[in-house]
Design a protein around this ligand. Sequence first.
Ligand SMILES: Cc1ncc(COP(=O)(O)O)c(C=O)c1O
Length: 394
Amino acid sequence: MKVKESDKKFLARDLPAEDLEIIKSDGSFLFDSKGKKYIDFLMGWCVGNIGWGNKEIKKKISQYKCPDYVNPAYLYKSWAELAKLLAQITPGNLQKSFRATGGTEAVEIALQAAMSHTKRYKFISIEGSYHGHSIGAMSVGSSDFRSWYKNLLPNCYKIKPPLDDKAADQLETLLKEGDAAALIMEPIVCNLGVEIPKKEFMSRAQALCKKYGTLLIMDEVATGFGRTGKLFASEHFGIKPDIMCLAKGITGGYGGLGATIATEEVAKSMEYEFSFYSTYGWYPLSTEAAIANIKYIVKHKGQLEKNTNEMSKYFVDRLSHVKFRYPAKIRAKGLAIGVEFEHAGYANQIVAKAQKSGVLFSPLNNKIFTLFPALNIEKKVAKKGLDILEKVAL
Ligand SMILES: Cc1ncc(COP(=O)(O)O)c(C=O)c1O
């Protein structure tokens, strides 16, 4: 049976698979089973931040002699090393990491930690957002999810973008009741096509959360590890979160892993009171991948940030000269780039045509496409991909 048929018969999906069988990845390129080469402007949706096939990281992972598996109750050197690394590089006073398998679990732990710490059960988040696919994560995601699952968590309130002073007023009205466990949001909302909050919103959000005893959870699953031009997007606003959720770029695609890092106080409040057990959380090989990837990013931070910011300007400049058929709003922070149209369906057409012509990126909500190229993408590769995008947009 061919892959396509087997997939259709045995793999459960929400949408049918694309007719694209990936067999190889290298740098900013993917290759399909027919031998076709694609420029990857998607990078697994904020996963492959430093490009695919990084030799230094692959060598480190393959040489490491780790145990096949370690029970979560035992000590394991690499867990301590990764946790220490995360405490060193994350902003503010984040110190203790919970082990997770990916972003959804990292968010789920954060929500439970907030409830455990505050003894409150109300959440505030950004309307239309996405934080994962568990019941908890969907409860703080877009209100649309409630049309699929009627009984998501109650008491989840949403702030509507734009995230400006008016939105901060709305937030204050909700916080004033004194019963919100946490505000959870992406500091740059990639899942809304790169919605960039106003600085006033973010600084007021931080101050208001503090004032009303509400925790601030920054979901940096997509934005973390350099995506927006800083190691963490919270840094653009000087945010010191109480909890941060990490996954995706934490391993750069070289393993599957998530983390929820909290302040000492938040983590402490969960001791003996909070139950979490993740059999495959921080699986040894994935832990090695995360350590190697983070060390690489930290070592090359200056260079990666420089390229991210230069390429960001280049993408924005090129996109703003594309003769799109409908008016486009272009938003970018580092190499998180969103293009939004009033006209529904056009973004999807561009994505489909670009794919046929050898460039990969993804649509969002029918009106947006997002680009998340590798932070070390070469200008000539970016140019080639954008030349194609320009042509297919006509
Ligand atoms: C901001 C954000 N949070 C959480 C998640 C869930 O992560 P995962 O797919 O690893 O469960 C995603 C996934 O796209 C995300 O973008």
